[in-house]
Design a binder for this molecule. Structure first.
Ligand code: SAH
Length: 343
């Protein structure tokens, strides 16, 4: 059992024979206060060592790289069975966001995504997900980590059984507001349906990238199972159930999904959902030939969307020089551990 996989009642069992208040001290110490067992100074030394040995951390740091003047920190972790996952901590003026992984690898096979190009290894456990946030908080020191986004490796809604308990834990025990937590999906409709049943008001982002089935089948193959019409239906139902807007993510790929016609299709998809759009400059990945749209083209696309009555934000492209796009650091670590490509 790893440190953040143990439940409160399992910890209570482990502490049998200890005074009752120890449970709160230790639980709150490692979650709410983000402490290492050694640093639980209100707990006797022997018990601290026992906790450290019985509940080892799940994540072993492999690499830690910062860029954008220390405002972006990318962390590569090794899991107990050797798999590698990444998380990225990004500091902005008004917030600090950690982008976390939900799976080692990914089975969704989106053509432009570095993780999609690697294939699927396994689901992360609840504790492996929660611990990424704990580590980010520890790393962040002077700045409070305010936001959590499930936009690292993996498809969170394909690992709902572990992701949802992690979301609850991040909210209730780590103290991050539900409205500051964003689950991002490529469009796993059964997962969206399950999310609609939950009352916790987290944000939902949908990685759309194409608003016609032909192109979407090609770049996001999950669309062959859950085509746009099914996706739209599930998002309408989500909106009715939760009374919350979704956002749509759109990676801007040169000459593929950045034409005026594409903007029109996107607007038609977004309008009935009242969705907000985030335009993401494409990060180049080794296995994808297409290039990113130029900044001028992205700005024009945004204006076209606005002329169709749809609001869109252009996302800043953090950490391109440290391969901070989804899965890229790990890809580089495996392919060329000593010689990183400069973006
Ligand atoms: N599987 C989930 C979450 C992980 S991907 C999902 O698809 O939403 C997180 C975001 O990064 C998604 O919007 C995804 O489309 C985007 N992304 C993946 N590869 C990218 C790349 N090379 N450049 C820009 N954005 C990318």
């Amino acid at each position: 059992m790893t440190r953040y996989d143990i439940s409160r009642s399992q910890l209570a069992e482990l502490l049998e024979g200890e005074p009752k208040y120890r449970l709160d001290q230790i639980w709150h110490g490692i979650h709410g206060q983000f402490r290492e067992p050694e640093d639980l100074t209100n707990v006797p030394k022997e018990l601290r060592s026992a906790i450290r040995d019985l509940l080892p951390a799940a994540l072993t740091p492999i690499r830690n790289i910062s860029s954008d003047g220390e405002t972006t920190v990318k962390q590569l972790w090794q899991l107990h069975d050797g798999h590698l996952v990444e998380s990225v901590l990004m500091h902005y003026k008004d917030r600090s966001t950690v982008c976390i992984s939900s799976q080692a690898g990914c089975a969704m096979a989106c053509s432009f995504c570095a993780t999609g190009q690697m294939g699927f290894d396994r689901h992360l456990s609840t504790g492996e997900i929660v611990e990424q946030v704990v580590r980010a908080v520890q790393q962040s020191q002077t700045k409070r980590v305010s936001n959590v986004v499930f936009m690292g490796m993996g498809e969170p809604l394909a690992n709902f059984d572990n992701v949802w308990p992690a979301v609850r834990r991040i909210n209730s025990d780590l103290g991050i507001g539900a409205r500051k937590i964003t689950v991002s999906t490529v469009g796993v409709v059964p997962g969206i349906q399950r999310l609609s049943l939950e009352t916790l008001p987290v944000n939902l982002a949908v990685s759309l990238h194409a608003a016609n089935d032909k192109l979407r089948n090609q770049i996001a193959p999950i669309n062959r199972t859950y085509p746009l019409r099914k996706l739209a239906e599930s998002l309408q139902a989500y909106r009715r159930a939760k009374n919350r807007r979704v956002s749509l993510e759109w990676a801007m790929i040169d000459s593929l999904n950045d034409s005026q016609g594409a903007a029109q299709e996107l607007a038609a998809f977004a309008r009935p959902l009242g969705a907000h759009i985030n335009l993401i400059p494409l990060n180049p990945t080794p296995g994808f030939e297409g290039g990113g749209s130029s900044p001028a083209r992205i700005a024009e696309f945004q204006e076209q969307l606005e002329s169709f009555g749809i609001n869109a934000t252009i996302r800043s492209n953090r950490g391109t020089d440290i391969d901070a796009a989804c899965g890229q650091l790990r890809a580089e670590h495996i392919i060329r551990p000593s010689k990183r490509r400069k973006a």
